[in-house]
Design a protein around this ligand. Structure first.
Ligand code: SF4
Length: 241
């Protein structure tokens, strides 16, 4: 193990990871959201265990067959489920989407979701997570991307990369990781947005699930996984010599 790595606290490693990935990928602006809040919410609900391409196909098929949200809300369940076929669990997702739309309509008949802007982070998180099929990841994504609230979404890539580097422990759940990581970072939406996007890209491009490319990763000097793999490689060579 690199001695410098052993001396770093998880908070110091989190900050160093943030700075290293800022250099690797460049600092992004948290500007205009990529999609309307209701679009972001429903798409993220569809994205659970589904590839981005399949999530998009399901979303646009649904909008093609039922162009307005009231139409989606009252669509025959079988037809809505059929429209969402490319997503995993289309039946339960169709039920949750219709229930969620009803609850949104009670609060905002135009489905705009802009009332979330006025809420505190805690209030907005609670309101969203009381919706059926909406978990921590969906709620934090929507609040960070669309309302620039200081929260940190932890998806599968952010979670895996954080665990390998040693920012969170091996037994920490994805749910708990949201709070642990957030507590180690300044509560600033642009910074949290960069941290999320950079770890997400890193997980997709370099620290992939099947084969992390540690030899080309600038985080290696402070990464537990990389240092342990190297150590084992060195030990193996020593044993074989
Ligand atoms: S050094 Fe390897 S395990 Fe660590 S973050 Fe980079 S690719 Fe992932």
């Amino acid at each position: 193990m690199n001695p410098a790595n052993e001396q770093l606290s998880p908070a110091e490693k989190t900050w160093q990871t943030h700075e290293t990935l800022n250099e690797l990928y460049g600092v992004l602006d948290l500007r205009k959201p990529r999609r309307e809040p209701i679009h972001e919410l429903i798409s993220t609900m569809l994205s659970h265990r589904t590839t981005h391409a399949n999530e998009e196909t399901a979303y646009y098929r649904m909008r093609e067959l039922f162009p307005t949200w009231p139409e989606v809300m009252v669509a025959p369940l079988e037809e809505l489920t059929q429209a969402l076929q490319t997503a995993q669990y289309p039946g339960p997702k169709a039920i949750n989407i219709q229930k969620t739309l009803r609850l949104i309509q009670e609060k905002a008949p135009d489905f705009s979701l802009h009332f979330l802007e006025e809420m505190s982070v805690d209030e907005a998180m609670k309101w969203l997570m009381d919706l059926p099929g909406v978990g921590l990841k969906t709620a934090t994504l929507l609040l960070l991307f669309n309302f620039h609230k200081p929260v940190l979404p932890v998806d599968t890539h952010v979670f895996r990369v954080s665990q390998r580097i040693g920012l969170i422990g091996a037994k920490v759940s994805a749910e708990k990781a949201h709070t642990i990581l957030l507590d180690m970072l300044p509560k600033e939406a642009p910074l949290l947005f960069n941290f999320h996007k950079h770890l997400y890209w890193h997980g997709q491009r370099i620290c992939t699930w099947k084969g992390p490319k540690c030899e080309e990763c600038p985080v290696c000097p402070i990464c537990n996984y990389c240092q342990e793999v190297r150590q084992k490689g060195i030990d193996k060579k020593a044993r074989n010599s």
